[in-house]
Ligand binder design. Sequence first.
Ligand code: SIN
Length: 311
Amino acid sequence: MTEINLQATLLDQTIDSPFLNASGVHCQTQEELDDLAQTKNLGALVTKSATLQVREGNPNPRYYDLPAGSINSMGLPNLGYEFYLDYVTKADKKPTILSVAALSAADAITLLKKIQASDYEGPTELNLSCPNIVGEPQLAYDFENTDKVLAEVFSFYTKPLGVKLPPYFDLVHFDKISAVLNKYPLTHVNTINSVGNGLWVDIETEQVVTKAKGGFGGVGGAMVLPTALANVRALRQRLNPSIKIMGTGGVTTGADAFAHILCGAELVSVGTQVIKEGLGAYDRLTAELKEIMAAKGYTSLSDFRGKLKEL
Ligand code: SIN
């Protein structure tokens, strides 16, 4: 049988699998990160989005399983950037992406100055899209401010940098964010973060299901797949080819990963499904993806990446 090769690239590094963990899932503690480093069929690991200071995150309950996905209001619980920066600087088992989140534009600059001054040379991802911080908007919905922050960042930052985006829902917004992002030497965009400020209602108790923000939280899992695919596709059509796309959102099967790659994703992250199923999900997704490729006669991801056909 012809060998199926799932190799992908992260910067100029060849990795054996296109699968990543979605930031936030099983990547907060040393132990969780070490688990990811040992996980077969995971091409690279992404840290929990780190902030300048350690954060407890939002009060519990802050994650709730839904039949077709999940809703969360985690509020960026993390051990602070110093821990994650140290982890990725020393990591030697698997390629890593350092995710950082800023609570303000000033924080973003401070964080990236610290990374610039450090020994870490690997990829960093600036999360511009957390929907769960009380009183703070998702920066990437403000095109002008995103432009200002990136202009300041790239006045001093010379290491590999990507951004994590929220989902967009209007073609004009895809044009606008792409026009901003194309001005900068970004390595990648990661799309999508959860669909912000959804609400779930427990009709038994007549209550919301997460505590912070009156129950409003980020929605993920199967139900966001069409939104995720649209964002991967629309951004791939608009961004400079040098800006790679990491597709995140709604992946529960190998077919979903295939669809992300067909829309143009270089790598594919899995979040909610790993919470539901555990790290073994990557083996199943890999087997399913290979099965689809074999049935179609594809032997590498580049055989179909970005080749979605229109009617
Ligand atoms: C969170 O910690 O609230 C989720 C992370 C994110 O949405 O960026």
